[in-house]
Ligand binder design. Structure first.
Ligand SMILES: *[C@@H]1O[C@H](CO)[C@@H](O)[C@H](O)[C@H]1NC(C)=O
Ligand SMILES: *[C@@H]1O[C@H](CO)[C@@H](O)[C@H](O)[C@H]1NC(C)=O
Ligand SMILES: *[C@@H]1O[C@H](CO)[C@@H](O)[C@H](O)[C@H]1NC(C)=O
Ligand SMILES: *[C@@H]1O[C@H](CO)[C@@H](O)[C@H](O)[C@H]1NC(C)=O
Ligand SMILES: *[C@@H]1O[C@H](CO)[C@@H](O)[C@H](O)[C@H]1NC(C)=O
Ligand SMILES: *[C@@H]1O[C@H](CO)[C@@H](O)[C@H](O)[C@H]1NC(C)=O
Ligand SMILES: *[C@@H]1O[C@H](CO)[C@@H](O)[C@H](O)[C@H]1NC(C)=O
Ligand SMILES: *[C@@H]1O[C@H](CO)[C@@H](O)[C@H](O)[C@H]1NC(C)=O
Ligand SMILES: *[C@@H]1O[C@H](CO)[C@@H](O)[C@H](O)[C@H]1NC(C)=O
Ligand SMILES: *[C@@H]1O[C@H](CO)[C@@H](O)[C@H](O)[C@H]1NC(C)=O
Ligand SMILES: *[C@@H]1O[C@H](CO)[C@@H](O)[C@H](O)[C@H]1NC(C)=O
Ligand SMILES: CC(=O)N[C@H]1CO[C@H](CO)[C@@H](O)[C@@H]1O
Length: 561
């Protein structure tokens, strides 16, 4: 139903613009005067136009992205596995299109997915741990199934902070045993943040058109922050977690990481929806689970008359927030209520979050393992997984400890999410992040949304299961101090490292937040101003593969700009 409507909207949009080739202002390559869009800047709608007009094929796109991955994966380790079937799938989708069938806007467009989202094919799903190397699942995760249904080409799997950053107290963002260390592109040895580190770097460098990440507390919006991206952390339950390696059923959610709000909205349209294999999706509040069209929610005028709020940000991101984002939002019509506070922030007891996440992990990991049709190391629960990790030389133990699991198993006695202590910690969180946090602010000040620097945005939405949309806001200025991560092996801040602005509101408010984020993005276009270091950007473009296919040499006119 929705894809039909979408298709109609697209068709209208196309007739209003000129045909392929002439609408691209940023085209960086051409063949005989025929311009191709730069993969670093291309939008979903430009890809659709190019595919529909026959300027290039899905096979061309897959070849171009594979070549780009090969150029950089040896240094940034963003992609851990390519889908060996990607070209065959792309060819089948090209054939379908030639036959007059389109599955919708994502037909033939390559996407990379985080290595905790299972596919029923020859790719692994490991969360970066050798414990699941070679493990088999009974079917596609719902995310993978929906992508295939929408015609997207699953190009491969992206590296991540191992176990989605739920193993160690002294590992680094973006490191996994299977994938190595992800490095972001805007500064030497840049900390990619995490845990969807590879998805962030892959989207920022166009190693696929866009990517899926997952978030428990910051894992989509924080790597989006660090790589100049738009990230949408959906309401828990809007996207299915079936056959996604879990941390917490109460907080996990899967969402898009892309270069523009509209690109992210296209991907969200494809993956959101009810799934009988994840009962949290049964809470989706729309009649018959028919969701809003998140692409249509991209509204330039969304900010007119919309109040927003400012919440306790810190230097140095504060500067951009105060002197750039707030004035821009005001000029666009937003009414800013300044300096409201979240009292719940100051009263959250130490270890409350640990009790909830660890209790969920102990239970939810078993549920995931129980679904495996092949379990190569015969693990049954967290105790087995910890033993494997501590015994295997490949897992870099003890240099990277298992502190999170030790605490779950020892301190909390391996209790799961069915104890009274779990429940009282969980419901206390709902009170602190709700009435004493997000919901309290929205209600008491009659606000539509809250804005805050992305760096500080994840925790209360994580507890409540509410959505966040982050949009590029700026980057550390020249002369900023370079600071390292805890291990001293990555640079966490430094000149040119990006950061974003987050829009936050109540559960199921994605449509509203996407509108606000789009209105801010279209007026700021920070994505175009903050650029990765040239040496980190792969050079292969569509024209190179089309040229090869047609036996012609592509003339490369400009690099990225
Ligand atoms: C990474 O690049 C190397 C060559 O540079 C290639 O052999 C390897 O297959 C690539 N891996 C992926 C996942 O693309
Ligand atoms: C194209 O359409 C025809 C007629 O519907 C069908 O028989 C054929 O299998 C289709 N081919 C592909 C590649 O989809
Ligand atoms: C999903 O199932 C669990 C366990 O039976 C239950 O606690 C939870 O309330 C259900 N969630 C929804 C949204 O139905
Ligand atoms: C909000 O806080 C900032 C930073 O402390 C301050 O400069 C500003 O005046 C405050 N605004 C209001 C309305 O109190
Ligand atoms: C709980 O929090 C306190 C205070 O931060 C800390 O000293 C203690 O180690 C924590 N315990 C666990 C098991 O996390
Ligand atoms: C797992 O169990 C199977 C069946 O008992 C056994 O054949 C296999 O060797 C075990 N694998 C490991 C790594 O222990
Ligand atoms: C711990 O792991 C090692 C190596 O994988 C295995 O030999 C041993 O049996 C395991 N111990 C337990 C208690 O599971
Ligand atoms: C990480 O913590 C473990 C356990 O405390 C310790 O043995 C190891 O040396 C630490 N690693 C680093 C790099 O500090
Ligand atoms: C949270 O869980 C801990 C550990 O199980 C327990 O001691 C504590 O009372 C709980 N706190 C609340 C507020 O329920
Ligand atoms: C850089 O660090 C130094 C020493 O910690 C400090 O004095 C200075 O203010 C910092 N500069 C900036 C721009 O943050
Ligand atoms: C961090 O940045 C500094 C300054 O550009 C550079 O010298 C260093 O090699 C980088 N890497 C690490 C791990 O510090
Ligand atoms: C694709 C890629 O970068 N693979 C690397 C993953 O990490 C391992 C271990 O560091 C390397 O051996 C691979 O080359």
């Amino acid at each position: 139903m929705r894809s039909t409507i979408l298709y109609t909207i697209l068709a209208v949009a196309f007739s209003a613009t000129s045909i392929a080739g002439t609408t691209w202002s940023d085209s960086c390559t051409s063949i005989n005067g025929q311009a191709f869009p730069s993969l670093l800047d291309v939008t979903t709608e430009e890809l659709i136009t190019g595919l529909e007009s026959g300027l290039f094929t899905s096979v061309d796109l897959v070849n171009a992205y594979i070549a780009r991955i090969a150029e950089v994966n040896g240094t940034n380790h963003a992609v851990t596995q390519l889908n060996p079937d990607a070209l065959t799938i792309a060819q089948a989708l090209d054939d379908e299109r030639a036959n007059g069938t389109s599955r919708g806007p994502l037909h033939g467009i390559p996407v990379l997915i985080k290595n905790n989202i299972a596919t029923f094919d020859s790719m692994d799903n490991t969360a970066g741990s050798y414990v699941f190397a070679g493990a088999k699942v009974p079917r596609d995760s719902t995310m993978a199934a929906k992508l295939r249904q929408a015609g997207a080409v699953i190009l491969g799997k992206t590296n991540l902070s191992q176990w989605a950053n739920f193993r160690s107290d002294n590992s680094s963002n973006g490191w996994s045993a299977i994938g190595g260390q992800v490095i972001a592109a805007y500064f030497p040895d840049q900390d990619p943040s995490g845990s969807s580190s590879g998805s962030g770097v892959s989207s920022s460098l166009a190693l696929a058109h866009f990517c899926l990440g997952s978030e428990t507390d910051g894992s989509i919006i924080s790597p989006s922050d660090a790589s100049n991206l738009v990230g949408i952390k959906p309401s828990v339950g809007l996207t299915s977690r079936s056959l996604v390696i879990p941390i917490s059923e109460h907080q996990d959610t899967v969402g898009p990481m892309a270069r523009t709000v509209k690109d992210a909205a296209y991907l969200l349209n494809a993956i959101a929806g009810f799934d009988e294999n994840d009962n949290y999706t049964s809470a989706i509040p729309y009649p018959d689970y028919v969701l809003p069209d998140y692409v249509a929610a991209c509204n330039f005028s969304a900010l007119s008359g919309v109040p927003a709020i400012r919440n306790s940000p810190y230097a140095p991101i504060l500067d951009s927030f105060d002197t750039y984002a707030i004035p821009l939002l005001k000029a666009a019509g937003a009414i800013i209520v300044e300096n409201t506070t979240w009292p719940g922030y100051d009263t959250e007891p130490a270890n409350r979050t640990s009790v909830v996440l660890e209790g969920d992990f102990v239970a939810d990991l078993i549920k995931y393992i129980d679904q495996l049709t092949f379990n190569p190391n015969n693990v049954t629960d967290l105790a087995d997984v910890r033993n494997f990790t501590q015994s295997s030389a490949l897992e870099d133990y003890p240099d990277r400890d298992t502190g999170v699991w030790d605490q779950a198993l020892d301190y909390f006695g391996g209790q799961d999410n069915t104890t009274p202590e779990f429940w009282s910690n969980y419901t206390l969180g709902l009170e602190l992040a709700g009435p004493q946090g997000i919901i309290g602010s929205l209600t008491n000040y009659s606000l539509d949304a809250l804005i805050l620097p992305t760096y500080f945005a994840s925790h209360f939405p994580a507890i409540l299961g509410t959505p966040v949309v982050t949009v590029p806001m700026g980057s550390y200025p020249a002369g900023s101090n370079v600071t390292q991560n805890n291990r001293g092996d990555l640079n966490a801040t430094g000149p040119g490292i990006p950061f974003g602005l987050s829009f936050v509101a109540e559960k199921w408010s994605e449509e509203k937040l996407i509108g606000l984020a789009y209105a801010f993005e279209q007026r700021s276009m920070v994505r175009d101003k903050v650029q990765p270091l040239p040496e980190n950007v792969p050079k292969t473009e569509i024209a190179d593969v089309v040229g090869k296919r047609k036996g012609r040499r592509a003339s490369v006119e400009v690099g990225w700009s």
